[in-house]
Design a protein around this ligand. Structure first.
Ligand SMILES: [Fe+2]
Length: 496
């Protein structure tokens, strides 16, 4: 442990105020202790997330060797400098500072950069010893109520490393989005190999989950997507264990009881370390509040939901006490949705909300179809203003108009589900036909699972244009991408 006195971030900002105008890069002036590293620690790229009008979360993780759980880093704190500027050459720096990356955090480093210019494109980078990170591009949000004419969002989910290449991320970066919404299955916990191989066995402890995140982050396409714009992230099941509820592992799981509680805590902690989040650090049980609200001027409110940490396990789908959100999160959401204020709002969460049961025949126990009373309560609250529900999980592009029960009746929301970035790979015709049949239901406008991809959302005051982008195949890198279908959602929720 170094005994060098750390300046507070406030001290550094005061220092900057005096010198920023005259100095090309304040990083050179930071009293940054040297680092005892012999190789570049920026192998996992950079990321930003959860922008607000005057700030954004900046993230990196130090690993000299990303293939080992500790990154081949020294078991001591490492000093990390950071700066954020109006230009990619860092001539107009608006904030800078330094702090320690700690070994107990796996040398993950996160800073809440504040006092930034509102609604502004910005560039950031980190420095350790003689090494400087790649430059990330990010932005702050418009002020509450400020008029906004457009916002371009990439909606994505489900990137199983084993199932193929992440060509979809290359296409997503080319769209120059303002924001990425990622709605779960960022990693897959299982062992195995297909197109690509998961390093190590099944992730069941902190070292295993850290190694899995590091393998995923070593992919250049994913690094480029994080460096392109801020992300707003939530999780689904595979960040811990397939189809788990907090007290219930997957059927037939090798890890159960108190050992599952410990596994879950490690998985949650590893997720928190790996993501740029406006959220508290994980506690001793790995728990932290992931659900949150973010705004984008007068255009859009984002309600980011956690459908895993508080949910009930298997049970009667029509039991009125069943919950996916937990009582506290649901009360918060219903209260917030009642307040209104923006042209649009979006529920950003992992699981399909549309009724896909074909009249109760085919109930998926993970989805909102198994939580009918809570779905009704959420959609009742959403009905007060134009609402978009976004989801992932099923590895299918989907667009549906939602009645109060997830189907039928007056339309109260429109749902857009992203296809997978790679999960399920280049699927067989039978799987594709099964999911395409969802569109035989009156409330489903589009369902497609033959090719992998994501959804592009162009939000304007009067309409949201939804573009489903697909890649021809993921079994080999560099396949061409194209638009599979495009829809426009009007503010009266008609879809054309
Ligand atoms: Fe998935």
């Amino acid at each position: 442990m170094s005994d060098a006195p750390a300046l507070t971030r406030r001290d550094v900002l005061v220092l900057l105020g005096a010198t920023a105008a005259a100095c090309a890069s304040p990083l050179a002036d930071l009293p940054l202790p040297p680092a005892a590293l012999t190789a570049d620690p920026f192998t996992l790229g950079v990321a930003s997330g959860d922008p607000v009008p005057e700030g954004v979360i900046l993230w990196t993780r130090l690993a000299v060797d990303p293939t080992v759980a500790d990154g081949a880093m020294p078991a001591e704190p490492v000093a990390v400098g950071w700066e954020i500027a109006r230009d990619a050459a860092f001539r107009r720096v608006v904030a800078a500072g330094w702090d320690w990356a700690q070994p107990q955090d796996g040398h993950a480093f996160e800073v809440d950069a504040t006092d930034l210019p509102t609604d502004t494109r910005l560039y950031y980078r980190f420095v350790v010893g003689d090494w400087t990170s790649p430059v990330g591009r990010t932005r702050t949000a418009p002020a509450p109520g400020a008029p906004v004419t457009s916002l371009r969002i990439v909606l994505a989910s489900c990137q199983d490393w084993r199932d193929g290449y992440w060509t979809a991320w290359e296409d997503a970066v080319a769209q120059e989005p303002d924001l990425v919404l990622f709605v779960g299955d960022y990693i897959y916990e299982n062992a195995g190999t297909d197109v690509r191989e998961h390093a190590g066995g099944e992730a069941v402890d902190l070292a295993g989950y850290r190694t899995r995140y590091a393998q995923y982050r070593s992919d250049p396409a994913l690094q480029a997507a994080h460096a392109a714009c801020p992300w707003v992230v939530t999780w689904d099941d595979h960040e811990v264990d397939n189809d788990y509820a907090p007290d219930t592992p997957e059927d037939g799981a090798s890890v159960t009881g108190a050992a599952f509680d410990a596994r879950r805590a490690d998985a949650w902690r590893a997720f928190r370390e790996a993501m740029p989040l406006r959220a508290p650090k994980a506690d001793a049980d790995g728990a932290f509040q992931l659900y949150r609200r973010l705004g984008w001027g007068d255009l859009l409110d984002l309600f980011v939901l956690d459908t895993r940490q508080y949910r009930d396990g298997p049970g009667d789908r029509d039991d009125t006490d069943r919950t996916m959100l937990g009582a506290t999160q649901r009360a918060w959401l219903v209260d917030q949705l009642g307040a209104g204020g923006t042209r649009w709002r979006a529920l950003v969460q992992s699981l399909v909300m549309a009724d896909l049961t074909f009249g109760g025949i085919a109930v998926n126990r993970q989805q909102w179809d198994a939580f009918t009373a809570e779905r009704r309560a959420v959609l009742d609250a959403a009905a007060s203003a134009p609402t978009l529900v976004v989801s992932g999980d099923r590895h299918a592009g989907l667009l549906a108009h939602l009645g109060p029960e997830g189907a039928g009746g007056d339309v109260v929301a429109v749902e857009v589900s992203s296809n997978s970035i790679s999960s399920d790979g280049d699927v067989d015709a039978g799987e594709a036909a099964f999911k395409a049949a969802w569109a035989n239901q009156e409330h489903v406008d589009y369902a497609q699972a033959a090719r992998r991809g994501y959804a592009l959302l162009d939000v304007t005051p009067d309409a949201i244009t939804v573009t489903f982008r697909v890649v021809e195949r993921v079994g080999e890198p560099g396949a061409p991408a194209s638009t599979d279908a495009s829809f426009t959602i009007a503010r009266d929720l008609t879809v054309t």
